[in-house]
Design a protein around this ligand. Sequence first.
Ligand SMILES: Nc1ncnc2c1ncn2[C@@H]1O[C@H](COP(=O)(O)OP(=O)(O)OP(=O)(O)O)[C@@H](O)[C@H]1O
Ligand SMILES: [Mg+2]
Length: 247
Amino acid sequence: MRKAVFIKIGGSLITDKKGGTLSIKEGIISDIGADLVDIIEERRIILANGAGSFGHPVVKSYRIDENGMNPEGISKVCSSVDHLNKVVVRSLVEEGIPAVSFPPRSFVYRDMSGNFVSFKEPILNMLRLGVVPVTYGDLIFDERRGSSVISGDDIPFLFSDLIDTAIFLIDMPGIMDEKGEILRKMSEGSLNLVKSCEADVTGGILGKVKKGFMLRKMGIRVVISGFSKKGDIKMALKGELGTELIP
Ligand SMILES: Nc1ncnc2c1ncn2[C@@H]1O[C@H](COP(=O)(O)OP(=O)(O)OP(=O)(O)O)[C@@H](O)[C@H]1O
Ligand SMILES: [Mg+2]
C-alpha cells in the first residue's frame, strides 16, 4: 500500500479557541472536505481534528491535566470532544468524503512509561478499503494517571510507518517569525523564534513544532499551514503554502 498523508485539522482553525465559545466553523470544515475530494483520488488520508475550545477549557475546569482519575471529568471531556468530532465527520461526509470516526480512547492508551500502546488493525483495514479514518484530540486511559490528553498532534506518531507526509492546519498562515512574517522553511535552529506564550494543555504551537521536527527526523515531510480556501491543502502538499520543516 502506498504511504498515506496525515492531515491534522487544528482546533484553532475550526473552533473559537481564542474566544473559548463552543462554536464550530462548519464552513471551513466543508471547504477542507471539498479539497480532500481531489486528494483521495491519488492518496490515502488519515485525519485528526484538534479539540480547540471543546477540549482545553473542559480539561482545565475538571483539572484532568492535574488529576486524571475523576470519572465525571473524564466523561464531560469525552462527551465534548465527541460532539466536535461528530460535526467534523458529518460535514466531511456531506462533501463526499468516506470519513469514519475513530476515537483514540478506543484504540490507544499510555503505559506506565508514558508510551502509547495501540491496536490499529481495524483502522488499517478500513484505510485499505478506501475509508478516511478521522481521529481526534481525546482523553485516553493512562496506567499512571488514570486518564490523560492525547493531542491530535500525537496521532501521526501512531502511524509513522504508514505515512510519508504530515500536514498540520492552523489558524495562521504557518509559523511566523518575530516580525509576524511567515517562515516558508524552518530548521530546528530557529525553534527559539516560536515562543510558548499561550501554551494550552497539549503544548500549543511550540509543542506542535517540536513534534514536527521529531516526525521530520523519522523521514516524514512536515508542513504547518493555514487554510482559507479550497485548494490550500493541495498547495501545502506541494510545499507552496505554509511552513515546511527542514533538517
Ligand atoms: N510563531 C507562531 N506562529 C504561528 N502561530 C503561533 C506562533 N506563536 C503562537 N502561535 C499561536 O499558536 C496557535 C496554534 O496552536 P494551537 O495549539 O493553539 O492550535 P491547534 O493545534 O490548531 O489547536 P488544537 O491543539 O486545539 O488542535 C495559533 O492560533 C497562534 O495564535
Ligand atoms: Mg495544538
